[in-house]
Write a protein that binds this ligand. Sequence first.
Ligand code: SAM
Length: 235
Amino acid sequence: MKELPEWYYDELIQIGTDYGSEEEVLNYDRKMATIRNIAEEAKNMCELIDIQPDDEILEIGCGTGEFSIELSKHCKLVTALDISQMMLDFAEKKAKSKQRDNVKFIKAGFLTFDPEETKYDAVVTQLVLHHLPDFWKLIALKNIHSMLKRGGKFFLKDVVFSSEIPDFDVYFLQIFQNIPPESGDEIVSEMKLHIKEEYSTFDWVMKGLIEQAGFRIEEFDHQNGFMATYLCIKE
Ligand SMILES: C[S@@+](CC[C@H](N)C(=O)[O-])C[C@H]1O[C@@H](n2cnc3c(N)ncnc32)[C@H](O)[C@@H]1O
């Protein structure tokens, strides 16, 4: 991990949901397998980054490892970062149980990872960048830019709010009401915590940050005005 000046944001402190707790890690893995179509998401990610057998890929905020493990089936090496040692231990065990030996797990994040001389073919991160306030998002995006090869791809998926929403009180109420009851009350509580304590930003801010960091946005998708996916290119 990089040594950073004392005025740097401390990304190792969990904000919002505490992914440092063992209970939350188990809970997260179970929940994601029920509410998400992981196989479909992973397929979409692989297609967007046009993954190749010789690629070296970096995932930032790997969580319980599902995506790093999936990517590792299609490329040479995946380096999977997370700031939660609990998440990393869980993900590493999962990778071993699936005989994936080309995933390297490292405790570090957007600001603290030291890639040394490595330049990656692609960097992917999903549902993680909102853990940083906007100023630090730009520093993180510049770090990612510097770790990529020229022409390298950056896949970003995160909760980003649409600036076209006229009334956020009405909008959030509708989101909570539209969560299917089978997903459970927990999801609603987590969404409330996300809005209250985490740092999801607006689409126009995110677009500006990505471009300021030196990327060109090649593809953009925004589901329900909050789940944004960007495919960005380092030119
Ligand atoms: C919502 S989970 C997403 C996990 C996974 N990417 C997925 O799509 O399921 C957020 C993860 O990001 C990690 N995290 C939080 N802040 C981070 C940072 N600054 N750098 C790297 N990982 C971070 C948390 O520990 C947690 O594992």
